[in-house]
Design a binder for this molecule. Structure first.
Ligand code: FE2
Length: 322
């Protein structure tokens, strides 16, 4: 099947109260409020003209999440259903209430091998109101590249990767093998829309939002340092595979968000899969990670330093992909 992007993510969080200030002040999202038919409060975080890119649902099962993968239209959705059922997947069609919350033209959902709820949809609606970030900034890099990326914890990397690639049509970008195995996969020009981290547990390792302007990354980092210093999960740094300059911050929902700028674009015609030496060229001190994981990243960063490894910058990144 031909998945175009990850269009939206939904996460159940508790409580919502702290989220609104965080989403506006630090993330600079356009925040709107909704209520489901059964009175569940929802914060809809907008990054662009779409009615939402991240839905935060109050109560429910904390950390419970769904991931919306975009297909072209209703016929692509019907074909995808046939393909999933041919692979033995139990697929369910969206209820009217689910469609109304997501504001999509059609949706089906199923559990992938690690147990995450994936949703295939078409026609995510634009909001009738223009996108207005909560503080002055130049916006987020979305469009054909989707909302950003999601990294999920899985118990069996090979099994999960095979599902995403063989059934859903993702392509491997590269691997990180130490201190645990991670695979990065793309379905459009974004280096990875989804990545999997093999370790014990279940849940979102992080979500990534990409801003269009480098200075907007710096301003968000200023706010993180001044107003949320205890929530910084990883300091400012630059990734060795997607070349994103970013920092990570723990959200009130318990999972980190990577706030980045300047990710590279993958061209399938010339791309070759590799094992990357480590996650970062510099920075990204993982102060929120386990001591072992933090130490491993320190050693890998030292490798980059000792070998003088650098990567190109993409100063026009913000104008591409939307
Ligand atoms: Fe990331």
């Amino acid at each position: 099947m031909d998945i175009k992007s990850i269009g939206y993510v939904g996460v159940e969080v508790s409580p919502l109260a702290e989220w609104e200030r965080f989403a506006k002040r630090l993330l600079a999202c356009h925040v709107t409020h909704r209520t489901t038919p059964d009175d569940q409060k929802v914060l809809a975080l907008r990054l662009d003209e779409k009615c939402h890119r991240l839905l935060l649902l109050e109560a429910g099962i904390e950390g419970n999440a769904f991931f919306g993968f975009e297909l072209e239209d209703a016929s692509a959705l019907a074909e995808a259903k046939r393909e999933l059922e041919a692979h033995g997947m139990a697929v369910e069609d969206a209820t009217p209430a689910e469609l109304a919350l997501r504001q999509v033209g059609g949706m089906l959902h199923f559990r992938e091998p690690a147990g995450y709820r994936l949703e295939l949809f078409h026609s995510l609606q634009n909001d009738p109101e223009p996108f207005v970030p909560a503080r002055p900034m130049k916006g987020f890099r979305t469009g054909d590249l989707g909302f950003g990326h999601a990294v999920l914890v899985v118990p069996d990397l090979d099994k999960s990767r095979d599902f995403y690639c063989d059934v859903l049509g993702f392509r491997v970008s590269d691997y990180l093998l130490e201190p645990n195995r991670r695979v990065f996969m793309h379905t459009n020009g974004r280096h990875h829309s989804i990545a999997l981290s093999e370790r014990q547990g279940f849940g979102i390792a992080h979500l990534m939002f990409e801003v269009k302007e480098f200075d907007d990354l710096g301003r968000a980092y200023d706010i993180a340092l001044a107003e949320y210093p205890g929530a910084i999960f990883s300091t400012l740094g630059r990734h060795s595979n997607d070349h994103m300059t970013s920092f990570y911050i723990q959200t009130p929902g318990g999972f980190p968000i990577e706030y980045g700028w300047g990710g590279r674009i993958v061209d399938d015609a010339t791309w070759t899969v590799s094992n990357v030496f480590g996650p970062s060229l510099w920075g990204h001190d993982r102060i929120g990670a386990s001591p072992e994981a933090r130490k491993a990243a320190d050693v890998q960063r030292e490798f980059a330093l000792n070998h003088g490894i650098t990567a190109p910058l993409y100063p026009d990144a913000g104008s591409l992909g939307s």
